[in-house]
Design a protein around this ligand. Structure first.
Ligand code: FEO
Length: 403
């Protein structure tokens, strides 16, 4: 796998992982991912920004060898998560003279998680610079994008911003590449934003503005292609992390005997009649639906004004697949304004209590749940129609609604 030249004496030397299908044992990655590592050769010093997942250490070492460097002065570790720091040890074995550049949090976590020796670490802080000889890195802290340790490195002479996980995408080309502006890639970046950055969207909003003010010529994240047109990803992040939302209702559902499905279908049709966009995510269609459709559902939450969980009752509670979707959504702290619950049960149900418990972090108005025994009758469907009308009216009245 070749390294990619991104400027004069600047190379991307990391690894692609096109067949990785799941990230963090949670997030489906249909386009695989990349672990980007950037080599900067100054007149006096050489620095490597980040390493790669330990599974790909040999690829990184091979790429470094191909560049012909004989010495490495610095490994700049922008983030301690192992997909970027997990090959530091292997690189240090090959280049024992290198110092690991870290902010205070990376230093603390690298010592804890990677057992890195303290005397191998060179500490930096906000605004500090690292001179390589005609190439200067300046550091900007971005805590909670998405760990407390993340920071960015701005290569001043080339005006390239190495943004760590921020602005990344799980998107792997067969060969390394710059951004193509393809809709597939922007969709991958949105999916990545949803699962990695959305829980911290207030911080992310602030960092997006900060980066726009830095006016980098290119943004080089730690996953996915380099953004050669930074405005493409910055304007997307403005939309995703901002307060605006779409008249979109997302309905993750499980229906064991089709009674709940009848309710979902009716609700979807009636919401659509009221001008709403509706997405129904069947979490039980196939063996991998729970993971895949929950992933899509989480991406819906970037824009959605409302979520309505729909579940059969199983052993008194929600179906486990719906409970899983609720638990993950809760962790993502979406900006939606309304949460509803519908479903059918056999003889008794406690799903309202359980779903409320699972989604306590979602600061949204709770709609009155609609829970029906067995197959819905006409009078039950009329209650769903009223719910659809009420929800659509509430959404239309939101101040930050965009199409
Ligand atoms: Fe890509 Fe937070 O590691």
């Amino acid at each position: 796998m070749p390294f990619l030249t991104i400027g004069e004496n600047l190379f991307e030397v990391g690894a692609i992982h096109p067949d990785r299908i799941l990230f963090d044992c949670l997030m489906p990655t249909p386009h695989g991912t990349t672990y980007n590592a950037y080599l900067i050769i100054g007149k006096d010093k050489t620095a490597l920004i980040d390493t790669v997942d330990p599974e790909k250490s040999s690829v990184l070492l091979s790429n470094l060898a191909d560049t012909g460097i004989k010495r490495l002065d610095y490994i700049v570790s922008l983030h301690t998560e192992q997909d970027h720091s997990g090959s530091i040890e292997a690189v240090l074995r090959r280049f024992p003279e290198a110092k690991v550049v870290a902010n205070a949090k990376v230093k603390e976590m690298a010592m804890t998680h990677l057992h890195l020796a303290e005397d191998k670490i060179q500490l930096i802080a906000e605004g500090d610079t690292l001179e390589l000889g005609g190439k200067t890195l300046q550091f900007t802290m971005i805590p909670f994008a998405h760990w407390p340790d993340n920071y960015m490195a701005h290569l001043l002479e080339d005006n390239i911003l190495f943004s760590s996980d921020l602005f990344g995408s799980h998107y792997s080309f067969p060969n390394k590449a710059f951004s193509t502006s393809s809709s597939d890639q922007v969709r991958a970046a949105k999916h990545y934003y949803a699962e990695i950055m959305m829980p911290y969207r207030t911080h992310v909003q602030k960092y997006t503005t900060k980066v726009r003010n830095m006016a980098p010529r290119m943004i080089a994240p730690s996953h996915g292609p380099i953004w050669s047109d930074p405005e493409l990803v910055l304007s997307s992040y403005d939309r995703w992390a901002g307060d605006a939302m779409k008249p979109l209702v997302t309905i993750p559902f499980i229906s064991m005997h089709d009674s709940t499905r009848v309710m979902v279908d009716r609700l979807a049709v009636k919401l659509a009649e009221q001008g709403m966009s509706v997405v129904c995510r069947n979490l039980g269609e196939d063996t991998d639906s729970m993971a895949v459709e929950t992933g899509h559902f989480i991406t819906d939450l970037v824009d959605a004004a409302a979520v309505v969980f729909a579940s059969s009752t199983v052993l008194g509670g929600p179906h486990p697949a719906v409970a899983y979707a609720a638990l993950v959504a809760n962790a993502m702290r979406p900006k939606c304004k309304f949460v509803g619950l519908v479903g059918s049960f056999g003889w008794g149900t406690q799903i309202t209590n359980v779903v409320n418990l699972l989604t306590g972090n979602i600061k949204a108005e709770r709609l009155d749940p609609i829970l029906i025994k067995g197959l819905p009758r006409d009078e039950d469907l009329a209650i769903i129609d009223a719910m659809a009308k009420d929800l659509a009216d509430k959404i239309k009245a939101l101040p930050n609604l965009v199409r």
